[in-house]
Design a protein around this ligand. Structure first.
Ligand code: SF4
Length: 355
């Protein structure tokens, strides 16, 4: 790490902490763990997140963030008052460092990558962190600790305000799901088709769930880009027990709806990380990615995968036969869901309500 800033654990001089947020939903959730650690250590210092539009609703739901300033999509990143405060540049891109440099922040801290070192005035060695093969949450924590000293290890958290929660509850009421065991299913993945469990497997799985557990309802989640997946499933399974957000519900409302569900089935995606931050029980289906590095930050979400020699490949599209996902059968996933549901029988009233 290079020097440049002398603010290490200096509460006298540090009046605000700025975070330049990341652009992917899953990464944003993972980064919340560092925000929670900073908040624990500095309960009174404002933490201000400078966020791209795509993830601003995530940061707005973080109880650790004091406020969120959204930029991009025509909204420039302006120099806020107090720009001498430290700003932690969470993304690795050249553009993020460039934006901070030209907006006038004086204490810009980030990992060295994409030839951007000259734009930052304290840099960390990215390759060194990468070679440690740790979970991605440690990347954000290491960045924060470089200037703030050790921070507690905290899980990512989301706090849903009452008005938003009300919208989530209303969605269930409107669909007559209030007395059902609601299973949230996120069958898409923005990153690419390689991360997606085959759609025909989702159809089989949903059919089995609805057949075996009649008091269950399914809510399909998607965004604009992967709504074709939920549409295909909805068209194949016409049932009053299945609804889809159809990629048309704002992210924060989708999170509120998700918070009302009892279980989550998801590909390795942003929704999986949101479910983990909401402390939901569920399963995450992994194929071409590494669950050790980017897996859910909650033991309540169980990772299911089928080991193949080419995994993890981190490719967006599979160049061969997608065996990492094709060998993870609906029967295997259903058995895990069934086990989890049966286990919940021990909770008073569960059987009466749902089974
Ligand atoms: S190359 Fe292997 S790990 Fe990558 S998507 Fe294809 S089957 Fe999965």
């Amino acid at each position: 790490m290079l020097s440049g800033l002398e603010i290490h654990d200096d509460r006298e001089r540090m009046t605000k902490i700025y975070i330049y947020g990341v652009n992917w939903i899953g990464d944003a959730i993972i980064s919340l763990s560092a925000l929670e650690g900073i908040r624990q250590k500095f309960p009174e210092i404002p933490i201000i997140v400078l966020s791209p539009p795509r993830t601003s609703q995530i940061y707005e739901l973080s109880p650790a963030a004091t406020s969120v300033i959204t930029f991009g999509d025509g909204k420039p990143l302006k120099t806020p008052r107090g720009s001498s405060s430290v700003v932690l540049c969470f993304p690795l891109s050249f553009r993020s460092a460039w934006n901070l440099w030209r907006s006038g922040f004086k204490n810009r801290v980030g990992f060295a990558s994409e030839g951007r070192s000259l734009l930052l005035n304290r840099i960390l060695d990215y390759k060194k962190w990468k070679n440690k093969h740790l979970h991605q949450s440690t990347y954000y924590r290491e960045l924060a600790e470089a200037v703030l000293g050790p921070i507690p290890v905290e899980p990512a958290r989301l706090r849903i305000p009452p008005d938003l929660l009300n919208k989530g509850q209303q969605f269930l009421l409107n669909n007559h799901f209030r007395d059902h065991f609601c299973i949230a299913i996120n069958p898409g993945a923005y990153f690419g088709s390689a991360k997606m469990w085959p759609i025909r497997f989702y159809k089989t799985l949903i059919g089995k769930i609805l057949e075996e557990f009649p008091n269950t309802a399914i809510i399909l989640f998607s965004g604009e880009k992967d709504r074709h997946v939920t549409r295909e499933i909805s068209e194949a399974i016409r049932s009053p027990k299945l609804v889809s957000t159809d990629g048309s519900i704002p992210l924060n409302e989708s999170i509120a709806i998700l918070s009302q569900c009892h279980y989550l089935v998801s590909n390795d995606s942003g929704m999986m990380h949101i479910g983990a931050a909401l402390k939901m029980k569920g399963v995450a289906l992994f194929g071409p990615t590494d669950s050790f590095a980017t897996g859910p930050m909650s033991k309540e979400i169980c990772v299911l995968s089928h080991q193949v020699s080419c995994s993890p490949c981190f490719l967006r599209e599979c160049p061969i036969d997608h065996r990492c996902m094709e060998f993870l059968t609906p029967e295997k996933v259903f058995l895990k869901i069934k086990d989890d549901m049966m286990e919940q029988k021990r909770f008073v009233g569960f059987r009466e309500r749902f089974l």
